[in-house]
Design a protein around this ligand. Structure first.
Ligand SMILES: [Zn+2]
Length: 154
């Protein structure tokens, strides 16, 4: 309604809107009719009685309507921001879930290959095992089973 927060006279912030009916015509007090009375709202300082603002009732109501419209627009905007944020959070969550699944799958594959290598090494006839351990094939398998650490795959 008003940007005034403090009294310009005493600096106090104890401000209060009051209604005031006044006669702006030349009609004498005792002969007034209702349409000759003007209603306005007065912002006054409760501390020093300074009048800070006087606004006609029509303008007061118009200002109120404008403020209501602005409030509705802000609420709409806030709702939009909330919906957008929620969508982004859900998308991010979905991405994280997918990455967790991919990591779990890579670890699973790693474990299976490790086990396979162990089996191959134990199947190789005694005496040949040592040379197989140092062979190119064994090295390839070792590279394959460390996808998450070395980044050799993916
Ligand atoms: Zn004051």
């Amino acid at each position: 309604m008003s940007e005034v927060q403090k009294c310009r006279e005493c600096g106090g912030d104890n401000l209060l809107w009051t209604q005031c009916n006044s006669n702006k015509t030349d009609v004498a007090e005792g002969r007034l009719r209702t349409h000759e009375i003007t209603c306005s709202f007065v912002l006054g300082c409760e501390d020093c009685s300074e009048t800070i603002a006087v606004i006609s009732a029509d303008k007061f109501i118009a200002n109120y309507g404008t403020a209501q419209s602005e409030l509705a627009a802000l609420r709409e905007e806030l709702g939009q921001v909330k919906r957008t944020a929620m969508t982004e959070i859900l998308a991010l969550n979905s991405t994280l879930n997918n990455q967790a699944k991919e990591l779990a799958a890579a670890e699973q594959r790693n474990a299976e290959l490790s086990e396979l290598l162990g089996e191959v090494l134990s199947e190789v006839p005694h005496g040949w095992g040592e040379s197989f351990t140092d062979s190119e094939l064994a090295e390839s398998i070792r590279q394959a089973i460390k996808p998450t650490e070395s980044g050799a795959s993916e």
